[in-house]
Design a protein around this ligand. Structure first.
Ligand code: R5P
Length: 291
């Protein structure tokens, strides 16, 4: 099995290749044509082999690079192409909210899978998006990676910032054998939310260390409000943990100002990247290509 790291996911791709027993790892040559279009070229002898392409699609440029890499790998005669998209962009628009809108997640699934035999991603906004793929598609979770890290830290309680994240907080609470609770969230607009404590808490939270667990930190609005509320409610220490750390604009600094630690996985590459999803992705890949 060969592993190719697109420019959005080079470090994670290399970690995945190590997890696959030091599978041959390569970085494609890329350059921009004078008109701005992207040129890619993959190296190595890929003919007849299973090839893994790792590329998050945070930006439209990342997406174009992924599509070109898939075509290049097919041209190079790969036996099968495993496309790993650690952060799957456009996944949040997973339904048509108003007439005239696209179901962006579905549109992206259709295009990403064209030259893929298998697609692997991590913590989609909604796992139901997996059903938009017509090829075998798998979703790894960022929760075990964060749990491996938190096992070394004194954590008392896990907090989901909203009801939608209850399964994540529950899974983390099982892995760490700690209680959990979910805040009640009302979204005011795309950057502002209102949060409150649930009517019942699993423990006396005063002076305790809470870790707020979310799938994605984007503007940071949710985590900042959650941290402020928990601080006001008497928690002693507050950390923020997420799978995908986008940290738009000054989100990282704003969260740092109201929390003690910020943990993220390496699906995007950011200053909080402390846990790797490479073992979890490699496990799925190994099952698809056992030899
Ligand atoms: C919401 O459904 C998600 O789980 C996150 O809580 C949300 O996307 C975080 O966004 P932001 O950082 O902009 O508040």
């Amino acid at each position: 099995m060969h592993v190719i790291g697109g420019t959005a996911s080079t470090a994670l791709a290399e970690r995945i290749s190590r997890e696959l027993g030091n599978a041959p790892f390569g970085i494609p040559f890329t350059k921009r044509f004078p008109d701005g279009e992207l040129y890619v070229r993959v190296g190595g002898r890929l003919e007849g082999d299973d090839v893994v392409i790792v590329q998050s699609t945070r930006t439209d440029q990342d997406l174009v690079e992924l599509l070109l890499l898939e075509d290049a790998v097919r041209e190079a005669g790969a036996r099968r192409t495993f496309v790993v998209v650690p952060y799957f962009g456009y996944a949040r628009q997973d339904r048509r909210f108003f007439p005239g809108e696209p179901v962006s997640a579905r549109a992206l699934c259709r295009h990403v899978e064209i030259d893929a035999d298998i697609v692997v991603t991590v913590d989609l906004h909604s796992s139901q998006t997996l059903s938009q793929f017509s090829k075998p598609a798998f979703e790894a979770s960022g929760i075990p990676a964060i749990a491996r890290l938190l096992r070394e830290r004194p954590v008392d309680v896990l907090v989901s910032p909203d009801k939608g994240g209850i399964d994540r907080a529950k899974r983390m609470s099982q892995l760490l054998d700690r209680p959990w609770f979910a805040l009640e969230k009302t979204r005011i607009d795309s950057e502002h939310v209102e949060l409150s404590l649930p009517p019942e808490l699993p423990m006396d939270i005063r002076g305790k260390h809470a870790v707020i667990v979310d799938d994605v930190i984007s503007t940071g609005g949710t985590i900042v409000e959650a941290a402020k509320l928990l601080k006001k409610s008497g928690l002693g220490a507050i950390s923020a943990a997420c799978t995908h750390g986008l940290f738009l604009r000054d989100a990282f600094e704003r969260i740092k100002a109201v929390s003690d630690e910020i943990y993220s996985t390496d699906t995007l590459g950011n200053p909080a990247e402390k846990a790797s999803v490479a073992p979890d992705i490699a496990q799925i890949l190994r099952r698809q290509s056992p030899s």
